[in-house]
Write a protein that binds this ligand. Structure first.
Ligand SMILES: Cc1cc2nc3c(=O)[nH]c(=O)nc-3n(C[C@H](O)[C@H](O)[C@H](O)COP(=O)(O)OP(=O)(O)OC[C@H]3O[C@@H](n4cnc5c(N)ncnc54)[C@H](O)[C@@H]3O)c2cc1C
Length: 494
């Protein structure tokens, strides 16, 4: 059998939320371009983007305490929360555009309104939460946030958490009703299905092995067709490495200088999933607590109502842990294979700095189900083991790189775009705030890699994202308008 060769304008590697989002934006901006996708699994959205591999929080910084910090003068810094919220508003506008233009259907299959809450215990934490609430509620982005330390009000908000609570410690929470639960797996599948309907070729069971830059600046991608047991060679002017945890390896294989001195630190995850419908129905919110000392910031366990396949469910977690795999379906050799002469010093420096994190993750990994249930009982005092089952979540690969602020080998908890100077290839690394920011992050890829087209594309981008180029915080009237229209299109009021 001869090897298959094709030529495309754009190759997207991986069919997770990032490639799906980039593909759908590009399809709107340049409908004539040939886009080809390679996905090593049998379906789209099966790795981190799958609904049970992530927590499904539409991260708008409405409840995540790690996006705000107390400054030395006692005031609260909410700049990161503002940034995350602004980014989420961009994603929501694009999802509304997709629904309004019938590119995807039934918004309730992927997004549901759900109160977002932060909950803390202990006098100092209650004081912090109150100050945080006072600062945030003055900002139009967080309008509608409520605070309470009154047990009776809290019982109304979170009966499952408050009933049978014996701890004498003071407890307080904030609540905001404009939060969401997002099924990123369903959204990915819907977008990819639409791309296929529009003629995008999505090749499943095709694993990208490596890539080579051609003399004319384009790329030739070597792909293993798993069913056909053969190698294929596909050319494109632009390649996006949207392979999730697999992106770092591919970036290294591309050989671009921008991909050097970067390493990855894998963090695994587990959830406890409730099996008892009576308990599931007593909770209706995403409730985020405060991180334990030494825990990575994005691994704060939270008690979440989830909507999956039209059914309400209840998840607690993710519990962080350590696994050398870079993908849930990856290999135990992934971490070792990512060590290269150019990043070994960066990795060693990080290893020395992050000993306590590694120790914490290994301790977490060794927890028994009963020990995890004890953590759950901080939220649900009378939780019974038989009602909950442990499920394995997705892998997150945090970026390690040298930074001016942190020095050599600094562990990054954000999402990072790495692109070649000529814009012919870009990779998405990192995991947080992750899927929620897929749209602004993919717009950043477009800005960096297609600067010559941007001017021409801007009017269309503004149609898709009315607030494009503006800060909603500074434009409360537009913010109100966008909130109202997205709520209507995404059927939040049904
Ligand atoms: C435990 C956990 C909780 C999270 N919670 C949230 C949350 O609440 N909210 C939020 O917004 N985000 C959350 N995230 C982050 C979010 O899940 C990710 O940022 C997002 O799903 C990443 O999407 P992706 O498309 O980059 O990667 P993925 O969804 O992992 O997709 C990558 C795809 O590439 C394929 N692939 C890999 N290598 C190759 C190759 N060589 N050839 C071909 N295909 C390949 C994979 O099979 C996969 O389908 C969480 C993540 C985890 C792990």
């Amino acid at each position: 059998m001869s090897n298959r060769h094709t030529q495309s304008d754009v190759i997207l590697i991986g069919a997770g939320i990032m490639s799906a989002t980039l593909g759908s934006i590009l399809k709107e901006l340049a409908p004539d371009w040939k886009i080809t996708v390679f996905e090593q699994l049998e379906k789209a959205g099966e790795e981190s983007s799958h609904e049970l591999n992530n927590a499904g929080t539409g991260h708008a910084a409405l409840c995540e305490l790690n996006y705000t910090s107390e400054k030395s003068d006692g005031s609260i810094d909410i700049s990161k929360a503002i940034n995350v919220n602004e980014q989420f508003q961009v994603s929501m506008q694009f999802w509304s555009y997709l629904v309004q233009n019938k590119l995807i259907e039934n918004p309730q299959d992927f997004i549901m309104p759900l109160p977002h809450m932060s909950m803390v215990q202990g006098a100092d934490n209650v004081k912090f939460l109150k100050k945080r609430f006072e600062t945030m509620s003055k900002n139009p982005l967080f309008k509608g946030m409520e605070f309470s330390d009154d047990p009776e009000t809290l019982k109304e908000w979170i009966p499952l958490i408050m009933n049978d609570r014996k701890s004498p410690e003071p407890i307080a929470a904030t609540k905001i009703d404009t939060g969401t639960d997002v099924n990123f797996g369903a959204l990915t599948r819907m977008i990819v299905k639409n791309l296929e309907e529009q003629g995008v070729e999505v090749n499943y069971k095709h694993s990208v092995h490596s890539m080579n830059r051609m003399k004319d600046g384009s790329w030739e991608v070597k792909v293993h067709d798993k069913d056909g047991c053969r190698m294929e060679y596909h050319k494109a002017k632009f390649v996006f490495l949207g392979a999730g945890g697999g992106s770092l390896e591919l970036l290294q294989k591309s050989g671009i200088p921008e991909g050097k001195h970067i390493g990855g630190f894998p963090i695994s995850g587990l959830f406890l999933q409730c099996k008892n419908e009576e308990i599931i129905n007593q909770h209706h919110a995403k409730v985020y607590g405060k991180a334990a000392v030494g825990a990575p910031p994005m691994s704060v366990p939270h008690l979440d109502t989830r909507y999956i396949d039209g059914q309400k469910s209840l998840l607690f977690g993710p519990f962080a842990g350590f696994s050398p795999k870079f993908l849930k379906t990856g290999s135990n050799m992934d971490l070792f294979a990512s060590i290269k002469p150019h990043n070994i010093l960066t990795l060693l420096a990080c290893g020395a700095k992050e000993m306590s994190l590694t120790k914490y993750l290994i301790q977490q990994l060794l927890l028994s189900k009963e020990q995890r249930m004890e953590e759950l009982r901080d939220f649900v005092p009378n939780a019974k083991s038989e009602d909950w089952e442990v499920i394995v979540a997705g892998q997150r690969v945090q970026v390690i790189k040298d930074t001016e602020a942190g020095g050599k080998g600094t562990l990054q908890f954000g999402t990072e775009v790495v692109s070649a100077a000529d814009g012919s290839i870009a990779a998405l690394l990192g995991a947080s705030p992750g899927a929620s920011t897929a749209v602004p992050v993919m717009l950043e890829v477009i800005k960096r890699c297609f600067p010559q087209e941007l001017k021409k594309w801007e009017p269309k981008i503004k149609k898709m994202i009315p607030s494009y180029g503006q800060k909603l915080m500074d434009n409360p009237a537009l913010l109100e308008e966008i909130h109202a229209s997205t709520a209507e299109v995404l059927q939040f009021n049904k």
